[in-house]
Design a protein around this ligand. Structure first.
Ligand SMILES: Nc1ncnc2c1ncn2[C@@H]1O[C@H](COP(=O)(O)OP(=O)(O)OP(=O)(O)O)[C@@H](O)[C@H]1O
Length: 342
């Protein structure tokens, strides 16, 4: 069980020209990843995510701040000591980073060889790891014979070889098709739940955060601009960056063009209702409308899972006379977030 703490971490690179300002890749970022938590860092390209991950495993040195992985203070350790620490930090990469000329088993065995584990123990451990990731029958295959999803499972088995307390995942599913991504996400979830491994992942895919993570940090321009539980951050985004990300993973209001089309087909009053876990239930909403003699059809939106809780945004057509609809809108507005689409 490993906690990962970043306290006021910064990384600057020298500017390109002689007199140019330094490039601030990471700027005063603090993240506390509890032991056994899955924490996602999300941001657009250039936000500083990859740099942040390289600082955590000590591949690059922070220019300010403190990083702790378990009891190891990464920012204070000399390079020699970091090599030992990296056995306790597994890494997974977008492009898998496997040895193509070696077999699956040899790839998984590699970190054990580096760690000086005796041959017999290595063989047993590799077999166990390949079984765990569902590749028990592919030990002798060469990497180039595998599908992308299988390659990532080899990468995960390799990352787990030395029993790390934490896994750092760099866009682990970004190179995979949606179905294969789901399999890899399910495997990461198992690793977290069954082995208690802490996971710090970086991604630009909001669906990965929505489905896998417990907590999230949103990065923009090197800074952590928003942080919290996935449901809380998704359901009430506070910054424009987060709002833009969230709109890619949650049901939305219809955009202006779509709204115009919907109006052609639906002549009643159109409203968008936001339903959050812990708030009003759908049956209550429909009863409220029925009580006021208002008919309803759902014309856009849906309900989805966010961090294991439900979140919905439904655009409804309300059908009734003006007074009935007015009363229904007032009543619904008391129960849930409601926007009348003009
Ligand atoms: N070795 C380096 N030397 C100089 N500048 C760098 C270096 N590595 C990263 N940067 C700069 O730091 C900033 C953050 O880059 P970083 O790769 O960490 O972002 P990112 O969010 O991971 O984006 P991407 O998903 O595209 O990799 C960028 O402006 C980048 O150009």
């Amino acid at each position: 069980m490993t906690r990962v703490q970043l306290i006021g971490v910064g990384k600057q690179y020298p500017g390109r020209g002689k007199a140019s300002d330094p490039i601030v890749a990471v700027d005063d970022v603090s993240i506390d990843v509890a032991s056994g938590e899955i924490h996602a860092v999300i941001g657009y390209s250039g936000a500083g995510k990859s740099t942040l991950l390289r600082l955590v495993n000590g591949l690059e040195r922070a220019t300010s701040g403190t990083i702790l992985v378990g009891d190891d203070e990464i920012t204070a350790l000399p390079e020699r000591a970091l090599r030992g620490v990296r056995e306790r930090i597994g890494m997974i990469f977008q492009q898998f980073n496997l040895f193509h000329s070696r077999t699956v088993a040899k790839n998984v065995e590699y970190p054990l060889v580096v760690a000086g584990v005796p041959a017999e123990e290595r063989r047993a451990r590799v077999a166990e790891l390949l079984d765990f990731v569902g590749l028990g029958d592919r030990a002798g295959a060469y990497v180039e014979q595998l599908s992308g999803g299988q390659k990532q499972r080899v990468g995960i088995a390799r990352a787990l070889a030395t029993n790390p307390g934490v896994i750092l995942a760099d866009e682990a599913t970004s190179a995979l098709d949606p179905e294969t991504s789901q399999e890899v996400l399910a495997l990461l979830r198992r690793i977290n739940q069954e082995l208690g491994v802490t996971i710090l992942l970086i991604t630009h895919e909001m669906d990965v955060v929505r489905e896998l993570a417990h907590r999230v940090t949103v990065m923009d321009g090197g800074r952590a601009v928003e942080q919290g539980g996935v449901f809380e951050v998704f359901s009430s985004p506070k910054t424009e960056t987060t709002r833009r990300f969230v709109s890619t993973a949650l049901p939305t209001e219809p955009n202006p063009e779509h709204l115009a089309e919907l109006r052609e087909r639906h002549r009643g009053t159109l409203v968008t209702l936001t339903l959050k876990d812990g708030g009003v239930d759908q049956p209550v909403v429909f009863q409220t409308l029925a009580d006021r003699g208002v008919g309803v059809s759902i014309i856009h939106g849906g309900i989805t899972d966010v961090g294991g809780r439900s979140f919905g945004r439904l655009t409804l057509e309300l059908i009734g006379n003006d007074l009935q609809v007015e009363h229904a809108v007032a009543a619904l507005g008391q129960q849930a977030e409601l926007e009348v689409l003009r």
